[in-house]
Design a binder for this molecule. Sequence first.
Ligand code: CMC
Length: 431
Amino acid sequence: MSDSKIVKLVDESNNRSSELPLISGTLGPACIDIGTLYKDTGHFTYDPGYGSTASTKSAITYIDGDEGVLLYRGYPIEQLAEKSSFLEVSYLLLNGELPDKTQFEGFEHQITHHTMMHEAQKNFFQGFHHDAHPMAMLAAAVASLSAFYHDDLDVENPADRKLAAIRLIAKMPTIAAACFRYSVGWPMRYPRNNLEYVTRFLHMMFEVPSEPLQLNPVAAKALDLLFILHADHEQNASTSTVRLVGSTGANPYASVAAGITALWGPAHGGANEAVLKQLKEIGTPDNVETAVKRAKDKNDSFRLMGFGHRVYKNFDPRAKIIREMCHKVLAELGVNDPLLDVAMKLEEAALKDEYFVERKLYPNVDFYSGIIYKALGIPTEMFTVMFAIARTAGWISHWIEQHETPGSRIGRPRQIYTGAGVRDYVPSAKR
Ligand code: CMC
């Protein structure tokens, strides 16, 4: 992995230098290995937001932000979106290869037979206020899995790690649906194992005891696609959180629960909820111009939610796929949503505005996903929960990869201290 090339860094102020090897992966820019920098020169590096820093080696997902490329285990997202399913993609992320028929059936069987929640976990929900945000319930419920499954969990044992991955992918839809049903006061629904993953989830969400659910197959197809597109995204904030927590030796449920809380923020997965709220606030296409003006005003903290991305500076390939699906879903479900008119006007206005063009701010995946979730009848507060169900496949794959990598160390960044210098304690009477 290490190239023969070396980057030499000389600090003329103290005459110390460091010879830093270049490391190349399969694709993407080479990285300068700064592991010996502090020892050689006495300096740390400073990169807030990690714009130029690779935190790990990983063989799971590759992104080329300039070209708008996203690969899971080498397979382009466009091909997976067209030909695969979320469960197959989960297998791929976890195991590195696409499954053959027998392998897939075995995986599906395992997932299907770990979907139920422990009965005691149902009581856990009773502790929440009826209007608790479902992301708060989800994070807590997933962390609580560590209390239910600690007996057969040795994080150093590969079979235990795999079992935890199966449990997480299997139970996440059950827990997510329970969060929703608790908030609307419906009885919890058990998973039906004769259904496939996404359809089973939609039944757990929407079926009431009093009547059978008539499900439009386009809903399951759309949701499966959204889950594929959200399944992994390299070292984003929530995945890096899972890895940082995982690096301490914490169990996978605690690590993934931490990932869920990181995902919740509006700059990350919470953007899909924020997009919908913002579209509602804008209200009609006539108000789009004012919103764009506000987004450009440096004295106003208002940002267009669903626009921009840290890595994609050309277009978000997931947004391209999802945009098409968005129109299809609305047409097939016969939804005539006025918010879509606002969204389309906003997209058009931003794409030709110099401010957005110059800064390469394109609609991202979350700009469209919220509109589809809304058309499927999923409440706004549940949007980020949907993202979390899908991303669980990625989070746990990264957690496993981290444990399989020899020589992994606890994540422990340094800082530039800007506080007070050394000073003596002053008794309170003299302050
Ligand atoms: N609206 C208006 N201006 C923006 C926006 C926006 N949505 N996003 C970035 N900018 C401006 C920003 O003010 C800055 O301008 P200037 O150079 O004049 O100071 C410039 O563009 C670069 O922005 P940045 O904040 O340095 O970019 P970043 O890479 O740190 O942030 C981002 C990326 C996604 C957090 C940001 O674009 C954003 O807040 N977008 C809205 C929230 C959103 O849609 N998030 C979902 C991301 S995709 C799904 C996921 O990964 O979870």
